[in-house]
Ligand binder design. Structure first.
Ligand code: CA
Length: 225
C-alpha cells in the first residue's frame, strides 16, 4: 500500500490512478491530519509526500514521521515544485529517501517507487564494513579511516549497494536501475560522476570502490591490475 499526501486533487487522483493501473494499491490524502488518521490504522509501505501543503509544510510532516519510532524508517519520496539544491539538501537532511521535482512523469515516479522499495527491502540493520569504511545504515552514517563522511543520497545508496554485495560487479546500467530507478540505459555518465565524487569523499578509502574496465564497478579490497 502506497500513501500519497498531496493537496492538489488533480495531481493526487492522477498519481493514484497511475499507481493502481500499474498493479499497486494506493490511497491519497489531502491533509496531514487525514494522513495521520489513516496511518494510525494502517502504515503504508511507502509515502509520497508533497512539499508545499496548506496546513503544514511537507518537511515538518516528514520530521514528525522520523521522530516517531513507528515511522522512523518508512520509505518517503518527497515531491516538490522547487528543484533548487538547497531544497534538496533540506529534504534529504530531514530524512527523505528520495526526491522528485514536479512536473514528473508517472513512469519515472513508478520506477523510482520500485527502486526505493527494492532498496529498503533489504537494508541491513547492522553496520557494514569494507576495509576502513564503516557504514551504520540505521543512522545513515559513514566513516572512512575513522572520520565521518557526508555523502549525498545517491552516493550513499551506491556505497550501500556495493558494500552489501561486496565483490559483485555492477554495470553502469545496473547501478542506474538500482539507484536511480531508470529502466533504460544511456545516462551512464551520471554513474561515473557519482562514483568519482564518492571516491573523493572517501579519501584514502576511495580505492575500495574499484573500476572493472569495460564492465562497471565493485566494492572490494583485492588488488586488480
Ligand atoms: Ca501542494
Amino acid at each position: 500500500m502506497i500513501y500519497m499526501l498531496e493537496d492538489e486533487a488533480g495531481i493526487r487522483n492522477f498519481v493514484i490512478y497511475a499507481l493502481e493501473s500499474s498493479g499497486m494499491t494506493a490511497k491519497g490524502f489531502e491533509t496531514p491530519s487525514a494522513l495521520r488518521e489513516a496511518m494510525a490504522q494502517e502504515l503504508p509501505e511507502l509515502l509520497l509526500l508533497d512539499r508545499m501543503l496548506p496546513e503544514e509544510d511537507g518537511l515538518s510532516v516528514l520530521k514528525k514521521l522520523r521522530s516517531d519510532p513507528e515511522t522512523q524508517k518508512l520509505p518517503v519520496i518527497m515531491l516538490t515544485a522547487k528543484d533548487s539544491e538547497l531544497d534538496k539538501v533540506e529534504g534529504l537532511d530531514s530524512g527523505a529517501d528520495d526526491y522528485i521535482a514536479k512536473p514528473f512523469g508517472t513512469l519515472e515516479l513508478i520506477s523510482r517507487i520500485k527502486a526505493l522499495l527494492r532498496r529498503t527491502a533489504d537494508i541491513p540493520s547492522e553496520k557494514l564494513e569494507l576495509g576502513k569504511i564503516t557504514v551504520y545504515p540505521s543512522k545513515h552514517e559513514v566513516f572512512a579511516n575513522g572520520s565521518k563522511v557526508v555523502l549525498t543520497l545517491k552516493e550513499y545508496d551506491m556505497l550501500i549497494l556495493l558494500m552489501k554485495h561486496r565483490g559483485e560487479v555492477f554495470s553502469r546500467d545496473d547501478l542506474l536501475k538500482e539507484i536511480w530507478g531508470y529502466d533504460f540505459a544511456g545516462e551512464s555518465r551520471t554513474v561515473d560522476v557519482h562514483i568519482r565524487t564518492l571516491r573523493q569523499k572517501l579519501g584514502d578509502c576511495g580505492d575500495l570502490i574499484q573500476t572493472i574496465r569495460g564492465v562497471g564497478y565493485k566494492a572490494g579490497d583485492d588488488i586488480i591490475d
